[in-house]
Design a binder for this molecule. Structure first.
Ligand SMILES: [Zn+2]
Length: 97
């Protein structure tokens, strides 16, 4: 191998290294893009779930006939009076509807 051939070989090697580097960069950017899409989708799903949960917990299902306090489905167990079989207000003990 003479000097010119050595330089040529080194240049070829550098090109190969560069190609591998570029290739892995490309793979990395594809993977990053995929991860971003997944992150975005998960974010959308969790946001939607949060909204649904908030809506269902804040939706009043029971209303006191006396003091007009409202209660949600999740509070039903606190309102239920097993003695009378009625749902009663936790504030004034009137029947809720
Ligand atoms: Zn009440």
């Amino acid at each position: 191998m003479n000097g010119a051939e050595k330089i040529q070989a080194i240049r070829m090697g550098l090109k190969k290294i560069e190609a591998i580097r570029m290739g892995s960069k490309k793979i990395e950017s594809i993977r990053e893009g995929f991860v971003n899409v997944v992150k975005y989708k998960l974010n959308m799903i969790s946001k939607r779930l949060e909204t649904e949960e908030r809506d269902s917990t804040s939706r009043a299902s029971f209303k006191c006939t006396e003091c007009f306090e409202t209660f949600t489905d999740f509070e039903a167990d606190q309102l239920f009076d097993p003695m009378t079989g009625e749902f009663r207000c936790t504030s004034c003990n009137s029947v809720v509807t």
